[in-house]
Write a protein that binds this ligand. Sequence first.
Ligand code: NAD
Ligand code: DAU
Length: 339
Amino acid sequence: MKIIVTGGAGFIGSNFIYYELKNHAEDKIICLDKLTYAGNLETLAEAQTNENFKFVRGDIADRENVYKLFEAEKPDIVVNFAAESHVDRSIEDPELFLRTNIIGTSVLLDACRKFGIKRFHQVSTDEVYGDLPLDRPDLFFTETTNLHTSSPYSASKAAADLLVQAYQRTYKIPATISRCSNNYGRFHFPEKLIPLMIINALHDKKLPVYGKGINVRDWLYVDDHCSAIDLIIRKGTVGEVYNIGGHNERTNLEVVKTILKILGKSEDLIEFVTDRKGHDQRYAIDPTKISRELGWTPQTKFDDGIKQTVAWYLENRAWWEKIISGEYKNYYAKMYDNR
Ligand code: NAD
Ligand code: DAU
């Protein structure tokens, strides 16, 4: 099997590449990635030593190059992770999100249409369902929950999902979609909540919690997301959507306090700052379908996964120190100074 993994130099895509190389040593993996600020070739250094792995730099919205790649490689499967993924950046500058997340997905689908494919898998997000109220813990997102988006990021992901479904119906592209909750684990870019809080705490810098810190996210260890996608591309039913999540709901404040406790740092580092515009209240996935139909269950509990994640950031300082010493400094100042 030859698999093109787009966005494989980012957080989840890279973890997925390592998962596939380990669990399906017979398969060939080609990573197509533009290497935006979120892509990092150092993350793939170990994969580059595997003869079944190849890295190709390129933009999923660049039709000519995507077609050339498909013509040359004739992939069996495409797993599309490539995206602009950060909600706060989408609020500052939506346009890039539309280009990569919508146009990019349509170019990949056209390439599948032109050159043929056994399976196209779209890595989507629970954010396409909007949010749930904090006072209704009995409610969960199922695959039939209406799409109802809040940010330019989630709107662009929902648009991509609709395109995938349209191509599946109209052109019979054998496509599947997964919608996962918040991931955490190694190689998570420092702009996101968990790595940002770990890194700031290590520097005894203030931890900027938006609003009152009461928003709820449903955290899933990244390896559990990878195992779910692996099952869907091999055993999932064409045309289906699968929700992925493990009932690990935490308020942001709980997450931040857990990190401080693991690091032995004071809660005085917490600073409440101006809330995110349009901030989604609560995400919570009902994973019944993937569990019943594909036998998927998450393996890592939040309390264990968060300890492993903090340990990874402590042991891999060079990976994130390089990131935060570059352009990231300007991003951080723009987003957080005087917030
Ligand atoms: P990330 O930002 O860490 O990585 C994105 C990767 O895509 C980077 O390597 C980047 O260089 C690449 N990329 C961006 N634009 C590209 C383009 N035009 N062409 C080719 N490559 C491009 O993102 P992530 O957190 O790993 O998320 C991966 C996917 O999973 C996204 O589609 C996201 O919507 C989805 N998702 C993420 C989470 C989460 O918690 N992080 C949860 C559910 C779903
Ligand atoms: O649910 C899946 C989604 O999870 C993915 O589709 C997105 O790509 C991914 O970025 C993530 O989106 P969130 O917006 O939930 O993640 P983020 O890490 O940006 O924020 C998590 C929560 O923490 C959110 O309620 C906002 C809050 N937050 C975030 C940052 C960066 C803070 O309070 N302070 C911060 O500095």
